[in-house]
Structures are given as C-alpha cells and as structure tokens.
Design a protein around this ligand. Structure first.
Ligand code: ATP
Length: 637
C-alpha cells in the first residue's frame, strides 16, 4: 500500500482485529509485569479463599446432621463459623488491594498510550492534519483511549480472576459430585456458540459507536470553535447545525442502547440459566435419594447438595462474564485497533540516522532551492509525467545571507507551498533545498525548526497570557527581552493598556485582540525566537492605515539581518526586496528587482499596475515610501 494511503485512516476498521493486536497489548503491559504478577497472585489467593465457605457449608451440615456429643459439635460449628466470617473479610481486603494495584497499572498504561499517541501525532506531517478532521484526532486521543481504560482496569484482571474462580470451583464441584457437575454444565456449549454470535454483533456496534462518537466530537470541535460559531452565526445556520448535532447525537444514543442491550440480554440469559440449574440439582438429588440409588447417607447428600448449590451460585457471575468475554474482548480490540492504527501512521517527514544538529547561532542563513519539484497528490507520483500536475516545478533560486526575496504571483501559484518546503512541512519530491550548503533533509528537524521563524497569514495564539504566547518564541526570555521584543514589534503600549499587562489572557485563538495586534504579537514572538531565516506570509486582510503602518514598522526589525522569504502583498516589502520572484503555476516565470521587472513589462509589471499603481505609493524618499496621501511609511530594511 502506498504510504500516503495510510496517512488518512478510515474512521473504523471493519476488518477483524489485526493479527498482532493481542501481542501488542501484551507488550504495552511489559513495563508493569511485576505489578501484573502481583495482581495475578492476589487473584489466585482470593479465588482460593472463596472456596473455603462452600466447603465449610458441607462441614457445617455434616456436623449438624452427624452424630456425637452436642457440645463437641457446637464447638466445631463455632470454629467453622469463625473461619466462615474471617475468610470473606481477608478475601475482601485482598480484593481491595488487587483493585488498587490493578488501577495503578491500568492508569499507567493509559497514560503511556496517551503519551505515545500524542507524541506520535506531534510528529505527524502537516499532510495528515490537512486531511483529517481535528475532532476525529481528538476523539481517538480521548474517547478511544478512555474506552480502553475499562478494558485495562476491568476486563483484563476480571478475565484472569474469573478463570481462576471457575476452574477452582469446578474442580471442587467435580470432587463433590461429578454427576451433578455434568448436569449443571450440560447446556454450556450452546452458550459458547451464542456468545460468539453476540460478540460479533457487539464488536460491530462498538465500532459504530466509536465512529459516531468521533463524528460528534468532530462536529462539536468544528462548530463550537470561534471560527465555526462565527461562520454559523454569519450564515444564520444555527438551526441547521443544531439539527445536524441532534441527528448524530440520536444515532449515538441508539447505538449505545443497542450495545448495552446486546450485552445485558446475553448476561440475563446466562443469569436465568444459573438461577434455574440449582432447582434441577435438587430434583436429580431427590430422585437419586428416593429411588435409593445413592451410596451416601442422606445427611451427606444434604450436605453435598448444600455445598454444591452454593458453589454453583459462585459460578454464575464469573461464568457469565467469561461467556461475555468474547463480547468484551471484541469491542476492546476494536478500540485498540483504532489506537494502533494511528500509532502506525507513517511519519513521512522524519530525521534520518545521520541527520545533523545545526547550531542556530552559527547559521549564516544562505538558502538555496535547487531544481525543486513538489506535488500534494503523492499516490500519483508514479503516474506518467505530466508537468501540470506538479504544484511546484523546477524552482531554482538562491538567497544570500540577510537578503530579502519577495514571492509574488496569482492566487494558487504555489507561493505558500514553496515556503513550506524550507522548514520541511513537506519534503520536496525532486531536487533539494539547502541552508548554508546543507540539504534540509540532513538537518535534524528540531534544529531546523529553531533556525527558521515563520510569520503566517493567519496568526495563531494560544488561549493563554500575552507572556505565555511570547515565551513560546523563547522559553528562557527575561522580562527585559519580552519588553524589548514587544517594543520592537510596536505592541508594547497596547499590552500595557490591557487589564493585566503581560499577564492578560488573549482569549481563544487571540480573539480578544484585533487583527493587527495579533499580527504584531506574533511578530514579537518571532523576534524573541531570533531565527536566522524568516518566512513571512504577509496577511492579505486589509488593516486600517494606522494598524497597517504599525505592522509594517514591526516587520522592519524582524526582517533586518535575517534571510527572508516573504510572500509579499505589501508594496513596501516588494520594493525592499533584493529579488522578486514571480511565480505562476508553481514555476518562476520572472525574477529580478522591481525596476528590472517593471522594465521587462511582463507578468510582474501587469500585477504591479493592477494592484499597486493605484496611486497608493508615489515614490521613495530617504525616510521610506511616500503614499499618495502624503504619508511616509518607513521602508522595510
Ligand atoms: P494564495 O496566494 O491564494 O495563498 P498560493 O500561491 O500561496 O496562493 P498555495 O497555497 O501554495 O498557493 O497552493 C498552490 C496549489 O496547491 C493550489 O492549487 C492549492 O489548491 C494546492 N494546495 C494547497 N494546499 C494543498 C493541500 N494541503 N493539499 C492539496 N493541494 C493543496
């Protein structure tokens, strides 16, 4: 299967649990094998202790119905009763201990699973996130891992304890009377067949439930985010969304009811069976007694039947659960499969063994694109060559340290894609990209990330304080550094006006701040990061003149001294560029300075006349660019 097929998993595998799932589950428990062994010992002990009382019932009856002096028999009875009181207490305490250790193991395993899943997802390529619903990812992390918890803390240990109880009880029952034991178990094979069938239904329903849960989570995540709610309000689609939610929610409830009922129905059937069989035991025992086909004395028979039926009732719960085990295991395997499926997703963009660590401070910042080709639809890579299918084709250019390259061109030309290739958000398919002469694929991803700073069109801020958002750029920055960066990005005064200054929360995705403020805060964050290479995707959304100017002024210290690859929408950036690359359909069709390209009177000149020569910029002066309004904006760099 081509790797890219595996990047986007199906919502629910409807193939049987993959071979190896069980082995992998066992592997997860490996670090806790001591605790698991201890739990197993406790389980064996408690099931052994559980046998004492039924056996003592027999002795109690024998003592009562037997012969001998009354006093002696009373003393014996006293001791029997004493042990009958102590045994359950000890067993209960051991059970509690077992539950405690069991929970520790279960929670630790859950923690491990969540950690590895999250770490794996953090390293997944951008391609995965652009093609998977965020809610689906969240659902696997929370709902599926959460579902597994029940399996780990309940099912795994209960299987073992049930097996121990059933085997030990059956052995004693056999010793007491093999005829009655066979009678009690005669109908069992029918249940085994039934349990397989019920198990399959449960597994299907379970899978559908998790899928529905993921859909619901994805829907909530999409529609209850700030952007989602803005969209639904702006389009007056609230009723539509509520209706959609109701339908999915209804589906989920129906599935949950079905899942519970399938399990409970089966369990009740087993319950009825075990409640009814003692009656047959009395009938058969009575028949044997009355027909005189017994070698035992009547007292012994009563004692045996009393002990036997007690043992039988002890069987009901574990046997019911064991018959249900197939059902439980099938549903849990479905959950594990969903988790393993994510863990197995290929990382695609990874460090190779010999990848080198770059010291960001040593990076000079020379960037070179060498005949770079890239396309998004990777399965088609093997298809016959068709140059139009490449999003980026044969791109060749280099940027000297500290220089500014402006990327311009029509929408969809591949400008953003081109910038994504440098920090390896995607890997090039052909050709190579070098930083200071080193192929980016030979640089460890983390140090590559430290070397390059990105200011994206859409500013992303965490719902945390201004300080936390800034510290993301440099966790070790001092208050002075923060202030200096904020000043340089022209956001300091605004921060100081906020109710708690640097400790003000910016709201979900920074929605409490204006577009321009967010951009400036994002710029301050990159200033703090101090990367040698900067990728700047200038926002196209129009800001008012004042805000625009502040952002432009903020960009000056950011770009100065850094190699910058800018997707330029502002004339000031274009004019300040050392080289302008005009991109169309993923190819560089023109390159040069503003003056050279205007003189050529090609695509760039057309773009310039269309977008910028509306009189907004008149000319350049010593202080910067002079707008038609007479305003002077400082020229970047
Ligand atoms: P704009 O100026 O409008 O942002 P752009 O020049 O930055 O456009 P890109 O975003 O690089 O253009 O897109 C180049 C082409 O690649 C477009 O045709 C786009 O539809 C396609 N594309 C972008 N991202 C993806 C993706 N994740 N998967 C598949 N195709 C994509």
């Amino acid at each position: 299967m081509p790797p890219s097929h595996r990047l986007v998993p199906k919502a629910m595998p409807d193939v049987p649990a993959r071979p190896g799932t069980f082995r992998r589950i066992v592997h997860i428990f490996k670090p806790y094998r001591r605790k698991v062994t201890f739990v197993a010992t406790l389980i064996l002990l408690t099931s052994g202790l559980g046998l004492i009382n039924p056996l003592l019932i027999k002795s109690a009856f024998q003592t009562l119905l037997g012969e001998g002096p009354a006093d002696e028999r009373l003393t014996t009875l006293f001791w029997i009763v004493a042990v009958m009181v102590v045994a359950p207490i000890v067993s209960g305490l051991l059970g509690l201990w077992q539950t405690y250790i069991n929970n520790i193991v279960g929670q630790n395993v859950m923690q491990d699973l969540r950690n590895s899943l999250y770490a794996h997802l953090q390293h997944m390529p951008l391609r995965f996130f652009t093609s998977t619903r965020t809610g689906e990812i969240q659902s696997r992390l929370s709902n599926d891992v959460g579902g597994v918890q029940k399996v780990l803390t309940d099912t795994a240990s209960s299987i073992f304890s049930n097996i121990a109880t059933v085997i030990s009880t059956l052995v004693v029952m056999f010793i007491l009377s093999w005829e009655l034991t066979v009678l009690s178990l005669a109908i069992l094979p029918a249940f085994l067949v039934l349990s397989r069938k019920v198990g399959k239904v449960r597994r299907d329903v379970s899978g559908q439930t998790q899928e529905s849960l993921a859909d619901l989570t994805a829907h909530m995540q999409e529609t209850l985010s700030v952007s989602g709610i803005l969209l639904s309000k702006a389009f007056g689609r609230q009723s539509y969304e509520i209706d959609r939610f109701r339908k999915e929610n209804h589906r989920l409830s129906q599935l949950e009811i079905k899942r519970t009922m399938v399990g409970s129905g089966f369990f009740s059937l087993v319950g009825i069976f075990f409640s009814v069989t003692p009656a047959f035991v009395y009938l058969v025992a009575g028949y044997l007694l009355l027909r005189g086909r017994l070698e035992q004395s009547p007292a012994d028979l009563v004692a045996t039947v009393a002990a036997f039926t007690t043992l039988q009732s002890r069987l009901f719960f574990p046997m019911g659960q064991l018959l249900n085990v197939n059902v439980e295991i099938q549903s849990s395997l479905a959950l594990f499969d969903r988790i393993f499926e994510y863990l197995d997703l290929e990382r695609d963009v990874t460090d190779h063994d010999g990848a080198i660590e770059l010291d960001p401070a040593q990076v000079v910042g020379e960037v070179r694109f060498d005949d770079v080709w890239f396309r998004y639809d990777r399965p088609g890579r093997e298809r016959p060559e068709d140059e139009r299918l490449w999003t980026i084709g044969g791109v060749d250019f280099s940027v000297k340290p500290g220089q500014l390259v402006a990327l311009v061109g029509p929408s969809g030309a591949g400008k953003t894609t081109l910038t994504y290739l440098l920090p390896r958000l995607y890997d090039v398919d052909r050709g190579r990209i070098q930083i200071d002469g080193i192929d980016v694929r030979d640089i460890r991803l983390e140090s590559l990330g430290e070397t390059i700073g990105m200011v994206t069109q859409e500013t992303y801020l965490f719902n945390a304080t201004v300080r936390d958002n800034l510290l993301y750029g440099d966790p070790d920055a001092s208050q002075e550094d923060l202030v200096a960066a904020a000043r340089a990005a022209h956001i300091y005064d605004r921060i100081m006006e906020m109710p708690d200054g640097f400790d003000t929360r910016v709201g979900e995705r920074g929605y409490k701040m204006s577009g321009g403020e967010k951009q400036r805060l994002a710029i301050a964050r990159v200033i703090l990061k101090d990367p040698s290479i900067l990728i700047l995707d200038e926002a196209t959304s129009a800001l008012d003149t004042h805000s625009e100017r502040l952002v432009q002024e903020a960009l000056i210290p950011l770009m100065s001294g850094r190699t910058t690859l800018a997707i330029a929408h502002r004339l000031s950036t274009i004019l300040a560029a050392d080289t302008i690359l005009y991109l169309d359909k993923g190819r560089i069709i023109e390159r040069g300075s503003h003056a050279e390209l205007l003189a050529r009177d090609g695509a760039y000149a057309a773009l310039y006349h269309e977008q910028f020569s509306d009189g907004r910029v008149e000319t350049r002066c010593e202080d910067g660019l002079v707008l038609a309004s007479g305003e002077v904006i400082p020229e970047a760099l």
